[in-house]
Design a protein around this ligand. Structure first.
Ligand code: GTP
Ligand code: MG
Length: 406
């Protein structure tokens, strides 16, 4: 194994030099404080050991390297970090067997992960000393549940030398500006809107709430409901009952292919709300449905709104946003705010998708639990939820998330 030593004035600059020269996969073997700066020793990737003729001798070089790696990793392990794993663990758990390249590779990868993790911890510790206020802000954004890239961007946008309270205030204002909302346009102007989304997120309930609010403001004349939930037995009935209660016309279609014909007939109606069958983002038929809806949307001036549940985990929301992007949705409706334990992940996913929020719902009551989306209210709610749930971000999590940035 070949090595190279880098010297720089601090860890951040050393890491930057290494990344630029060796790429993101460089394995850092050791660090050492020297005078005014720092010395970092790196293993050079691709400099594989020469093949040896005998199994026993083939293992001598790698074993020597492991011993060296272990030796250099000791000072890193002794850093004052909360959950530092024991340095011996990877070696004790899987002894190296002569000639077993796959095992050797696995050992090296686990060694690399361990060292990278330790380097992240070192870099994060270094960062908390150099920039304690920024580190504190990153911690608070992590506690709200914000994704690391968005938290990083928001903190980087802050002007330097702000007091912590002013910085906190500005951060939330910046986050609020990043959350796009449509305003209450639907219930003022009307439109032709089809609600799509995963199963059970609250599409039909949302249509009921929107319809009830429209009727309250504008009466029953200009509104019509359409149900094309062709997947579930009795699905049409839910909307028909609602139509009857509100005194609103409700049509049921067997398939989305009938939509253009019906929309042409309904040209005098100012608001057409279309309920569709829920579908998992992993449904293989989703892509075909997306193409069909997009074509109808183009031909008939239909808008697709994606309905998502704030009660879902951030990863689930991200997957839904990704898979439903094929429908080219214009806006998002966020339901079940009352079931969300954290809102930072939801906000991060929406900001990343650049989709505006139209309405939010925070309960099943019709129509009380519906509100036009207001960015500052959702951000305040995200902060309040973190407080109520006493969310805390530990140093090892922060090191993993922000160590490479520091
Ligand atoms: N707690 C809470 N429950 C809600 C909310 N919105 C809807 N629900 C409930 O969620 C359940 C599913 O609602 P539906 O409107 O049938 O959901 P859907 O998306 O139409 O479901 P599918 O048509 O099966 O895909 C029902 O029990 C609703 O009462 C909300 O904002 N908060
Ligand atoms: Mg439904």
């Amino acid at each position: 194994m070949q090595m190279k030593t880098y010297t720089a004035r601090d860890m951040r600059h050393a890491l930057r030099m290494i990344r630029e020269e060796q790429g993101p996969d460089a394995v850092i073997l050791s660090t050492r404080q020297i005078g005014e700066g720092i010395e970092v020793c790196v293993a050079l990737e691709g400099a594989a050991p020469e093949p040896a003729p005998l199994a026993a001798t083939a293992m001598e070089a790698p074993v020597a390297d492991f011993a060296q790696l272990l030796a250099v990793s000791q000072p890193l392990v002794s850093q004052p970090l909360g959950a530092t794993p024991p340095a011996e663990a990877p070696f004790a758990a899987a002894p190296v067997v002569a000639g077993n390249d796959a095992q050797l590779g696995a050992e090296l990868r686990s060694m690399r992960h361990l060292l990278e993790w330790q380097m992240s911890c070192l870099a994060w510790n270094d960062f908390t000393r150099r920039a304690p206020a920024q580190a504190q802000l990153l911690k608070e954004l992590t506690e709200i549940g914000l994704a690391a890239p968005l938290a990083n961007e928001l903190v980087a946008e802050l002007p330097p030398d702000l007091g912590i309270e002013e910085a906190q205030r500005r951060l939330l204002a910046q986050l609020t500006r990043r959350v796009p909302v449509t305003g209450d346009t639907l219930l003022e102007q009307g439109g032709r809107i089809a609600l799509v989304g995963p199963t059970g997120v609250g599409k039909t309930t949302m249509i009921a709430k929107l319809a009830a609010r429209w009727v309250k403001r504008q009466g029953t004349r200009d509104i019509v409901l359409i149900c094309i939930d062709d997947q579930r037995f009795g699905a049409h009935e839910q909307l028909r009952v609602l139509g009857r209660l509100l005194g609103v016309e409700c049509l049921t279609l067997e398939s989305a292919a009938q939509l253009p014909e019906y929309l042409a007939r309904l040209s005098r109606h100012r608001l057409v709300l279309i309920d569709t069958a829920g579908a998992s983002p992993r449904d293989p038929a989703l892509a075909d449905r997306a193409v069909q809806f997009e074509q109808i949307a183009l031909r008939c001036g239909l808008e697709i709104w994606l309905t998502l549940s704030a009660g879902a985990q951030a990863g689930v929301l991200e997957e839904a946003l990704q898979c439903y992007a094929a429908f080219a949705p214009r806006a998002v409706l966020l339901t079940k705010l009352d079931e969300a334990a954290s809102l930072g992940g939801t906000l991060s996913a929406l900001v990343a998708a650049k989709l505006p929020l139209a309405y939010v719902s925070e309960g099943a009551r019709i129509p009380e639990d519906l509100m036009p989306a207001r960015a500052h209210q959702i951000v305040s709610r995200a902060v309040a939820l973190a407080r109520v749930n006493a969310a805390s971000a530990h140093d090892d999590l922060l090191a993993r998330r922000f160590g490479s940035r520091a």
